[in-house]
Design a protein around this ligand. Sequence first.
Ligand SMILES: [Ca+2]
Ligand SMILES: [Ca+2]
Length: 307
Amino acid sequence: MTRMAPRQSGSALILALLVVAIVATLASSILWRQELWIADIGMQREKAVLIGLARSGTDWAQAILAEDARTSAIDHLGESWTQKIPLIPIDEGELGGFLEDQQGRWNLNNLVRNGKADPFQFEVMQRLLESLGLSVELAFALQDWMDSDGETSSTGGAEDDFYLSLRSPYRAANAMLSHVDELRLVRGFSPDVIEKLRPFVTALPEFSAINVNTAPREVLAALQQTYSDSDLDAVTSRRERLPFRDLADFRGTLKKSSFDTREGLLTTASQYFQANVAAKYKDSSIELVCMIRRHAGRTEIVWLRHT
Ligand SMILES: [Ca+2]
Ligand SMILES: [Ca+2]
């Protein structure tokens, strides 16, 4: 008997988990459609079926992440959950999607802790902005948006007096971001700025560490002023060959005595993932975006949005 390569067996596993999610959906299909029908009286039946199909995609994503937690203690880019699933025919419709590790990204909500800017994370954000060719003043604007006081931190910052003077006035949130798209309310964060930042940032509901196995080079570079190009080359080439099993392994690869070891800055395992699900049914299509938290092998949906 020939053994399947890990990648092939990963694909087979993902498809098997899809079948489980879909069979569960089909088994309760009549009840499921009736419930949707009752729940969404004003919604067309086609739309309701479409949303149900997309929700089976988020069940599928949760099953993949639970299975991953059962079989590995770390998260890296060679794992099954990283595979993108193209649209495949399911129950008169089509379903596909992909998962993204949110801890490979810098968490915008790390900027402010207990109502005040975190000086270390503030520098991380400024380095990230600079490397992307964006103004470092944006960090002040975001700090003011999230910090608990009403004092403008710098000329690039903005509090209520700025936002209340706009044509359509509103107040600073003085609270963490609920979603990356909330940046559009913050001074200086134009659509172009947000799109440049988007691949590298997230907005999680708690302080989060960066996963050194999945973070793009831009994010790793922003973490420490002392990282050189050769340090980053060493990290990216090593993890492609062999993912870091823990932070001691990561530090050993960098060979840095000055390496910042503060608690909670880095990790090799992730808790937050975003599922991007696309579904089609008859003439309708939908994209669902879902933030999933995985903890102690269990998964829960933090939020769910659709377009
Ligand atoms: Ca894993
Ligand atoms: Ca503020």
